[in-house]
Design a protein around this ligand. Sequence first.
Ligand code: SAM
Ligand code: SF4
Length: 362
Amino acid sequence: MTDIRSILNQQQFSHSDLVRLLYSEGDDQQQLFKFAAEVKKKEVGNKVYFRGLIEYSNICSKDCFYCGVRLSNKNIQRYQLSDAEVLQAAQFAYDQGFASLVIQSGERYDKAFIKQIENLIIEIKKIGNGSLGLTLSCGEQSKETYKRWFNAGAHRYLLRIETSNQEHYKKIHPQNSKHDYVKRIQSLNHLKETGYQVGTGVMIGLPFQSIDDLANDLLFFQKLDIDMAGMGPYIEHKQTPLYQYSNELLSLKNRFLLSLKMVALLRILMKDINIAATTAMQAIDPEGREKAILVGANVIMPNLTPVKYREDYLLYEDKPCIDEEADECKNCLEARIHRTGNAIGHKEWGDSLHFKRKKPSF
Ligand code: SAM
Ligand code: SF4
C-alpha cells in the first residue's frame, strides 16, 4: 500500500486517495495534520483573520430538517436586530480593529428584508470610510438581489451546499422548490458571476452521510473553484426532524475529528483559499477552533450579536459563547489564537488569495 507521505505529496487527489486520508488514524492522521499545517504556513502564512459575526435575524422561511431556527420550530422567540443594534456592533468591530463583518440571517425574500440588508450594508460601509470588509450569509436570493447587495458594498458571500450529494440533500430537506439542490447550485453560480468571493461548505457527521460523500464534497469544492469555506460538525437539535436519527450518528468526538480531517484536506487540496474555524467545532471541543487553526483554518468569526438574542439563534444544542459580551469573547479568542502560534491580522481584510489570483490582470 502507498505510504501516506507519498499520497500527501501528490499534486492531484483522487476520490480513493481522499477516502483513505479521511479514514487515517494514529501516525497517519498526525502526518496528515502536520502536512496541512506546513501547507498553511507556506501558502497563506500563520495568520488568522477576524470576521465579527452578527446574527441579524432568526426569522426564516425555510424548514431545513437539521436547523434549530427552522420555520416550524415554534419553541423559539423570533427576533430581528434593529439597525441601531447592527451599527453599534459594526462600530464595536471597527473600534476593536476587526477588519471585517459577517451578517448572517434566516432566509427571507420579501422586499422589506432585501431593502433592510441593502441599507445596512450602505451604513456599515460609512464606518471608517469603507474600512470594514463585509461578508453576507443570508441564503438563496435572486441574482438581482445578490447584485443589489454587491453594489451596495458586500464583497463576500457564504452559502453552504450542506452536502454535495443530491440524493442526500433531499433527505435532509423538505421536498419543495424552496429546498432545491439545483437552485442551490444555481445560487452559488450567480454569486460567482456577480463578483463575490464565494464560500461554501458542508456539515460533517450528518445522518445518512458516508465517508464517500465527504470525499466527494472536497472534490465538489475544488470543481466549483471556491474562494472560502466554512465547514463544521453537524450537531443535533431536539426540535428538528433529524433528531430522530441521533442514535445512528458518529459520536461527537468522531464528528469533530472528521471535521478536522476535512479542514486539513481542504487546505492541502485548495492551498490558498480562506477556511473558517467554525463555532460548531468549539461546541464539541472547548479548543475546537484552535485545533482547526492548527490544521489549516485561517479565519475566525467572533460573535458580536447582542447577548440577549443569542439563545434564540441556537442552530444546534450547546452552542458556545451565548452568554459572553462581545469584548469578553474577543479577549478570550485573541489569547487562544496566540497560543496556536498564529498572529492576528488586525485591521487587515485578509481576502481570499485564491480569489485575488483568479482575477484577470489588466
Ligand atoms: N440561512 C442561511 C443559510 O442557510 O445559508 C444562513 C444561516 S444558517 C443558520 C448557517 C449554517 O448553519 C447553515 O448553512 C448550516 O450549515 C448551519 N447549521 C444549521 N443547523 C445546524 C446544525 N444542527 N449543526 C451544525 N450546523 C448547522
Ligand atoms: Fe433557515 Fe438557514 Fe436554518 Fe435552513 S439553515 S432553516 S435556511 S436559517
